[in-house]
Design a binder for this molecule. Sequence first.
Ligand code: DCP
Ligand code: MG
Length: 378
Amino acid sequence: MSDSPEKIEDKQKTIRKIIHIDMDAFYASVEQRDNPEYRGKPVIVGGFPEGRGGVVATASYEARKFGVRSAMPSKQASKLCPQAIFIRPRFEAYKAASQKIREIFHRYTDLVEPLSLDEAYLDVTTDKLGIGLALDIAAQIKKSIKEELDLTASAGVSVNKFVAKIASEIKKPDGLTFIGPSKITSFMESLPVEKFFGVGKVTAAKMKEMGMFTGKELKKYSVEELVKHFGKNGNFYYQIVRGIDDRQVEPNRETKSLSAEDTFPYDLTRLEDMNQELDKIAALVEQRLLYYGLKGRTVTLKIKFSDFKIITRSKSYPHPVNENGIIASTARQLLEETAPEGKQIRLLGISLSNFGEPDQKQKNNRGKDQLLLFPPSS
Ligand code: DCP
Ligand code: MG
């Protein structure tokens, strides 16, 4: 159904100006800034290749040329790029830089929603300094980050969060991309389905099977059909492909739970295999906790069986935890309590929740955070 002329007018009146900013190769750039001998060299921040289960947190653009990517096992990264310099993360340094970029954002607007240490949405529909043009504001922010922190950021500017976020990736590093209302339709139509928010590898494969490769084909499906195949996300895809995203920039959002999960190409039936997979998933959760600087009290294990039945099992600690190994060992214990040997398991997932101290109430709901590099494979 198309909107009435009054409704269209209403929408135009409320057109927002949203900026999404994301730092370039953040941890690696901080390391290169603080250690001039690393500049221009392939730098990998994260676990060391000799260690067990170490993964890449990020790689400098020099290392990315060799195919090194975030979340890749460090061993694999070192094979792809043997000359890479491996560095252990220094979270304090990244937090300090993050604090400073947030200060810069707040010069322009108080509507700043940080998504992680290196990323935020800004609503600059009305900006504190009266600059007016969102593109100018984004350019000034980038310039201040460069001058004051000696780091580069990429920015996307549009009328909603989704398009702004995708736009910020387009010209990375040091990019600035504006996608105005008149360009949104063609932009969304040419966008590969993988790029749609929340579409993991499993959903993407399903979409392709149904003949959807880009927004153009996605648009041919009715909302009912999309909901039938993709649950409530279907509704979101229907809206977003039409450039509709009314999510507000929310300054005080807090992360409520962090999770990672994996759907296996074949069902797991041996406890040994299940435990091995759980360790990998736990390592991702632990890494993301470090990334957000969070600790949680409750570990939840999710199991999906081959008949699609899903069960969850939780254990809560009296104090928040994020210590190396504790999430994996808790998940293993929870798994063993379900006597899984011989059952056919299609998916395993681990989440951590109940952040902060036990008596501290969560201020806000953020829901499952799916914005990082490990979106659930759906
Ligand atoms: N990070 C991490 N583990 C991941 C992904 C990221 O620890 N799986 C950390 C390291 C990154 C930082 O978060 O430097 C920001 O994540 P981004 O996804 O924004 O990646 P980068 O900033 O490193 O690179 P890009 O230039 O692609 O934004
Ligand atoms: Mg980044």
